[in-house]
Design a protein. Structure first.
Length: 100
């Protein structure tokens, strides 16, 4: 079994390195001269270029949702703790009343 696993892992490594080697050879074959791939003319940009990403509202909603989930989890833990306290006190009373 160990030999089978060793042979399988060796085959996987050789296959992975072969795939990487063939991919790099293919990239080298399709690579062009950098001078020929550049634009031949220069075009000036007119007007202000500013990024406008409307993410403020989405960020507030995401943080609000996260806080709602955290507070809901804490509320649930508090309810479970209170229930455990009630059950524990009932168990203590039951044990005290059944004690000889």
């Amino acid at each position: 079994m160990k030999r089978w696993l060793l042979a399988l892992s060796l085959f996987a490594c050789v296959g992975a390195f072969g795939a990487v080697d063939s991919a790099s050879a293919q990239d080298a074959a399709t690579e062009e001269d950098p001078q020929s791939s550049r634009a031949a003319t220069f075009r000036a940009v007119s007007g202000p270029q500013a990024e406008r990403v409307p993410g403020g509202l989405l960020t507030v909603i995401a943080y609000g949702g996260a806080w709602v989930l955290v507070l809901g989890y804490l509320w649930r833990l508090g309810r479970m703790h209170a229930q455990n306290e009630r059950e524990l006190s009932a168990l203590k009373k039951s044990l005290e009343s059944n004690a000889p």
